[in-house]
Design a protein around this ligand. Structure first.
Ligand SMILES: Nc1ncnc2c1ncn2[C@@H]1O[C@H](COP(=O)(O)OP(=O)(O)OP(=O)(O)O)[C@@H](O)[C@H]1O
Ligand SMILES: [Mg+2]
Length: 233
């Protein structure tokens, strides 16, 4: 059974009296362990799809099963639990709490999951070590470079050992060398079995993915295997 199955997913935003169709019927299946890049011009619905896959928003119609579970039928409490334990998010602007240290940022999902303080700290230290930031745990985001902030965000996305990592333009705010470093992390995580979906405008970034899906006007217009996968440095 695929990890992600969406069928005829639509999303129409309401802006005052105006209906803005963002997704117009998307059907996709993504297996465990895949590394997928989602591309398409601005406004084509990529972030909307990610928000739906991440259970951050509900579709207007269609169905979504995650690991066999019909998530659209879950109560909001159960949905919050799925979001917190099954899905990791990484965003273009890192979305770290400015007042919190790297360690505290990484601990946050575990606070919601109800883990004890010492266990949280232990796991947060491990997660920061995994992204090579053992020595930056007490830095605040403003005291870290962009690439380091994104690595903290990746550590935060991973602490609850999600099934699915969703990254929306994770390299969009980074220079090309730092982007490669971040992509190398995602590749390594994927090689460890994590399913990764990355939205990107950048064809160089998409080359790391095994499968590339193109969106246009809220629809999938192509879905191909990448014949020239780029190896992580
Ligand atoms: N909260 C919202 N309210 C109203 N319209 C929205 C909202 N979010 C997105 N839209 C509209 O839905 C469409 C799809 O937006 P979306 O953010 O998914 O595009 P995208 O492919 O991620 O674009 P980008 O590459 O610029 O990030 C756009 O026309 C956008 O204006
Ligand atoms: Mg977007």
């Amino acid at each position: 059974m695929p990890l992600v199955v969406v069928s005829d997913l639509t999303k129409t935003y309401l802006l005052g009296q105006t209906a803005v169709p963002a997704l117009r019927g998307v059907t996709l299946a993504i297996d465990r362990g895949e590394f997928v890049a989602v591309m398409g011009s601005s406004g084509s619905g990529k972030s909307t799809l990610m928000n739906l896959l991440g259970c951050l928003d509900a579709p207007s119609s269609g169905s979504y099963h995650l690991a066999g579970q019909d998530v659209l039928r879950l109560s909001s409490n159960k949905l919050a639990a799925v979001r917190n334990t099954s899905i990791g998010f990484v965003f273009q602007q890192f979305n770290l709490l400015a007042r919190a240290t790297a360690l505290e940022n990484v601990e946050l999902p575990m606070v919601y999951a109800g883990l004890g303080r010492r266990e949280r700290r232990r796991r947060a230290r491990n997660a920061l070590a995994q992204v090579g930031l053992s020595d930056r745990g007490h830095h605040r985001p403003s005291q870290l470079s962009g690439g380091q902030q994104q690595r903290v965000a990746i550590a935060r996305a991973l602490v609850n050992q999600p099934l699915l990592l969703l990254a929306d333009e994770p390299t969009g705010a980074l220079d090309s060398v730092t982007s490669e470093e971040i992509m190398a992390f995602l590749v390594r995580l994927n090689e460890g079995g994590l399913t990764v979906i990355v939205v990107t405008h950048d064809a160089e970034v998409a080359r790391y993915a095994r499968r590339v899906i193109h969106f246009k006007d809220g629809r999938v217009v192509s879905d191909d295997l990448n014949q020239h996968i780029r190896a992580a440095a």
